[in-house]
Structure formats: structure tokens, C-alpha cells
Write a protein of this length. Structure first.
Length: 364
């Protein structure tokens, strides 16, 4: 009798396993996430709960990245500048298929010279605070958003990314994200698997990169990679004439070279990055790592720490920083209004109260 009962239990367990598997409906867990949006191309990333064949439907085309996967990325080329495109995601595995709703994005035209972008960072650990910062940024109607690293608490932990992407879904289907690596990403493969990154150099040719949006050229660097290789790359990039239509040059990396926070100035950045940034025509530098807002002015170059994106705020006694112009410990971000003549920069908290403001004038 016991043997019969045991067989019945095993059979019931097998039925539950099969039934549970059958009930696992194919879903798009997060996405779309836009990246590297130019006047003629865009990258789109998304993630499904099951390995599946993904595709993007846009402009009457269906573009697929290849074999079955949970992490999907597609680059769409041949777009027109200053145009709005509707698109949706699809996924299929076996006899299951699903599709997202329709979204839209607008490509920048090569003549785009007046617009807004936002910058923030250190979003790990507190999705509620992160969401408040995102909502405040979205109200500023940015055309793109920079993230200064530490997107998640542990880059190799998929659960952290599952918390990150639903928060940025408030903007990611329409507004491209340009990140850099933080220490908490740890160079994990998931950073490259899940984010639509521009091409440059280093790991997967995207550890550091340059990107152009309208009149802005961005250089994203990695404090934790090959600093000498990046310095040589940055020197070469900055020695070249500005691409046509580029008025402003921005730099983005995680650890600040000038700091009042508990994390000291980055010796590596000071040695390898700053000589070229401060003498190569860069107009604005964005950093993170310290969970606060800080602005340091070195010559005419502002280094802005935008680490108030959601990680625990630091209660600090400021360390000596002779370049410090402003300091605020609160959840916050930087809004940059771009014009042909100047960058109008305003640090805002989640209630859109001004913490700091400054202007960067165009070089003659």
C-alpha cells in the first residue's frame, strides 16, 4: 500500500511539473530599451522569460537578431533624421508567440542644436527612490539620458536588473540611455548582454565608446578597465576635428577625479583622463560613485557628480576639495538645456527644486 501511495505521489509530481512548464507563457519581461540613437540608426534591447526568437517590427520591416535567446538586441539602420518611427517587439518559441504594444521614437536631425538631456547615476538598492528621480527627469522631456554607473547592486545578479529595467521603462521605449560601468557592475557579462551600447573599444568593443546625438558628442569611459588604452583612445578622439554639427563634447565615467564625498578622488582618472579632458576641448564631465550631488570647477571645465539616483545617500563631513562649487546630499539629477550658444545646467531634486545652476558657454 505504501509503495502504491509513493508511486501515486511521484506521478502527481510529474504531472505538476509538466503542467507548470506548459503554463509558463512566453512574456516580454522588460523592454524596449533604446540606445545609440542617431539620425540614421538605433539599437533596441529587450528580455523575455523564455528563450525565444525575437524581432522588431518598424517601418514595414521585421528585423530579427538571430537565434533563440532571453536577451535580445537589434540594430536598425537606414533611418531618416528628424523622423518619428512606430515599432513593436515580438517573440516566438514553439507554438507560443507574443508582441508588445506599439511604441515610437524620434531620430535626431543632423541640425539638432536645441534640446534637453538629463544625467544621473548610482540607482542601485532603492527602486522607489530611483522611480522618483526618473519621474522628475521625464517631466523635463529629455531627448537622451546619461547614467554614470552603478545601475544595479551586483552586475552578475539578474534579479537586480529585473528591478532596474521596469523603473526606466518610464522613458526607455522613447528616450535612449547612455551608461558607463560602475564598480557594482563589476564588468559582468549581463551589462553587455542587456544594454544597447554604442561601439568603441575594450570588452565587446563597448566597454568605452563615443556617441553623437544632435550637437553633442559623448565619450563614455571605464574607471576599472585598461586606463592606458582608454587614454590613448581618448587622446586620439579629442585630437580629431569635431564631427560636423557637433558643438559640445561630454565625458562620462563613474569615479570622480575631484571629490568631497567619502570616496576619494580617483587617482586613475586624474592621471589618465583629466589631462586630455582639461586640454582637449571637453565642455562637461559627469561622474557618480559618491551618492550625492557635487560640482567641481577646474579651469573652465565642470566635473559634476550625479550620484543621487537611488542608492543610499551618504551622511558626510565633506573632505577638502578646493574645486568644489556646490554640494547637496539628496536624490537628484542634472538637467542640461542645450543651445547653440550655451549649456544651461540645473541640478534638481525629485520635487524639481533647484540645488545648483551654472552655464557653460560655447568655445569660440
Amino acid at each position: 500500500m505504501r509503495r502504491l501511495a509513493l508511486r501515486l505521489l511521484i506521478a502527481a509530481g510529474l504531472v505538476l511539473l509538466v503542467t507548470g512548464s506548459a503554463l509558463a507563457a512566453l512574456q516580454i519581461v522588460w523592454g524596449p530599451v533604446l540606445g545609440d540613437l542617431t539620425s540614421d540608426s538605433v539599437q533596441i534591447a529587450w528580455f523575455t522569460n523564455l528563450p525565444s526568437y525575437g524581432a522588431v517590427e518598424v517601418g514595414g520591416q521585421r528585423l530579427a537578431p538571430g537565434g533563440p535567446s532571453r536577451a535580445h538586441q537589434v540594430k536598425i539602420s537606414g533611418l531618416r533624421g528628424s523622423a518619428t518611427y512606430s515599432y513593436r517587439l515580438t517573440a516566438q518559441t514553439g507554438d507560443q508567440a507574443t508582441a508588445s504594444k506599439w511604441y515610437s521614437f524620434e531620430t535626431p536631425g543632423p541640425e539638432l542644436s536645441s534640446f534637453t538631456f538629463c544625467a544621473y547615476g548610482d540607482t542601485r538598492s532603492n527602486p522607489t527612490a530611483h522611480r522618483q528621480v526618473v519621474e522628475a527627469m521625464v517631466s523635463c522631456k529629455p531627448r537622451f539620458i546619461l547614467h554614470s554607473g552603478d545601475l544595479v547592486a551586483r552586475g552578475a545578479d539578474l534579479e537586480g536588473w529585473k528591478r532596474f529595467f521596469p523603473v526606466i521603462a518610464r522613458f526607455s521605449p522613447q528616450v535612449p540611455l547612455y551608461p558607463c560601468l560602475g564598480n557594482h557592475e563589476g564588468g559582468a557579462a549581463l551589462y553587455y548582454d542587456l544594454l544597447p551600447l554604442p561601439e568603441g573599444g575594450g570588452v565587446r568593443n563597448s566597454e568605452w565608446y563615443a556617441a553623437i546625438f544632435g550637437s553633442c558628442q559623448l565619450f563614455s569611459l571605464d574607471n576599472y578597465g585598461d586606463l592606458e588604452a582608454q587614454a590613448a583612445w581618448l587622446k586620439d578622439q579629442l585630437s580629431q576635428p569635431r564631427p560636423e554639427g557637433v558643438q559640445w563634447r561630454l565625458a562620462l565615467f563613474h569615479e570622480p577625479p575631484y571629490s568631497s564625498g567619502p570616496h576619494p578622488p580617483s587617482a586613475g582618472a586624474l592621471k589618465h583622463f583629466c589631462p586630455y579632458l582639461e586640454n582637449g576641448g571637453v565642455d562637461l564631465v559627469l561622474n557618480g560613485h559618491n551618492h550625492l550631488y557635487e560640482r567641481s570647477l577646474v579651469g573652465r571645465l565642470n566635473y559634476v557628480t550625479v550620484g543621487g539616483g537611488g542608492a543610499p545617500l551618504y551622511a558626510i563631513r565633506p573632505r577638502a576639495n578646493p574645486y568644489r562649487q556646490a554640494l547637496a546630499v539628496t536624490y537628484s539629477f542634472l538637467r542640461v538645456e542645450v543651445t547653440p550658444q550655451e549649456l544651461r545646467c540645473t541640478a534638481l531634486d525629485t520635487e524639481l527644486l533647484t540645488l545648483d545652476s551654472f552655464t557653460v558657454e560655447a568655445r569660440s
